[in-house]
Design a binder for this molecule. Structure first.
Ligand code: AMP
Length: 281
């Protein structure tokens, strides 16, 4: 695996590797890699001639300064994991390299950006869109891989790709979970032992909703899920939303052919976790 830190090294490497029009799969990450990230990588390795991964803790997508400073960073371990899983290129730029000036585009994602993550993390999705746009411009991959754990982010990136006219196919990959159901996340590393154990109750609540949504109204089930999540020790719910999976607009009933997606965000201690689950009709 080749590791590059600068845009000019990256361009050189890409030029050299693309003499035969080979397909490039790209997996953008913020590092502290786990099996969720590796599922994206493995899929890219399977579907493309070459796979590139980026590790960049993107400061402009953090609306909470403590979350940025405390975000786990382990570049050496990450690089070994990538190498072991047949990644061809690791792009690990500095902030200065990615943002030589602070002239960022302001996107308009309409109703998608004012709900859920967008409402609770002002500026977050603009920061995500800016960095993914820059990375796609630099790498020009044929396919880029994202996790559906960050469901709203996937829709935002799809919209950005449309607006910018990027010629990339976006691949949404299913959420990888720990044995007890907790969605894998780099932030899980910040939970203490007790919090980590209790956090599996998030999954229990999602499964309850999946199995019981035909028995309740949206309002009733929302109240039940909020209660279940708030009953997790040391927790505080930020939002619980039953939404249309295509538009993410809140649903007032479970009817409709698109089905519903339950999206939740909560703090356990001062660690913010998100998860979601699609509910079939
Ligand atoms: P992050 O490093 O958190 O920015 O994540 C990088 C990519 O990995 C994003 O597309 C995430 O949605 C995806 N990802 C993170 N956690 C998981 C997971 N548990 N399962 C599948 N994909 C994930």
């Amino acid at each position: 695996m080749k590791t590059v830190k600068t845009v000019s090294e990256l361009s050189k490497w890409l030029k050299k590797e693309f003499i035969n029009d080979r397909s490039l799969g790209f997996v953008p990450t913020m590092g502290a890699l786990h099996a969720g990230h590796l599922s994206l990588l493995k899929r890219s390795v399977k579907e493309n001639d070459i796979t590139a991964c980026s590790i960049f803790v993107n400061p402009i997508q953090f609306n909470n300064p403590e979350d940025l400073t405390e975000y786990p960073r382990m570049p050496h371990k990450d690089a070994s994991m990538l190498e072991e899983n047949n990644c061809d290129l690791l792009f690990i730029p500095s902030v200065e390299e990615m943002y030589p000036d602070d002239n960022y585009k302001k996107y308009d994602f309409g109703s998608l950006e004012n709900i859920m993550e967008g409402a609770f993390r002002p500026g977050h999705f603009n920061g995500v869109a800016v960095v993914v746009d820059r990375l796609l411009r630099l790498l020009k991959p044929s396919k880029a891989y994202f996790g559906l754990k960050d469901y709203q982010q996937f829709l935002i990136i799809s919209e950005m790709v449309k607006q910018e006219g990027h010629k990339v196919e976006l691949i949404g990959c299913p959420t990888v979970r720990e044995d007890d159901g907790l969605a894998m996340s780099s932030r899980n590393l910040r939970l203490n032992e007790k919090q980590r154990k209790d956090a599996s109750k998030i999954y229990d609540a999602l499964i309850f909703a999946k199995n019981n949504h035909d028995k309740y109204s949206v309002k009733e089930l929302k109240d039940i899920i909020i209660k279940k999540l708030n009953n997790i020790p040391d927790s505080k719910v930020e939002y619980v939303e039953f939404a249309d999976p295509q538009t993410l607009q809140p649903k007032s009933s479970f009817a409709g052919e698109n089905g519903s997606i339950l999206c939740v965000a909560l703090f356990i201690g001062n660690i913010r976790l998100i998860d979601n689950m699609k509910l079939c009709r």
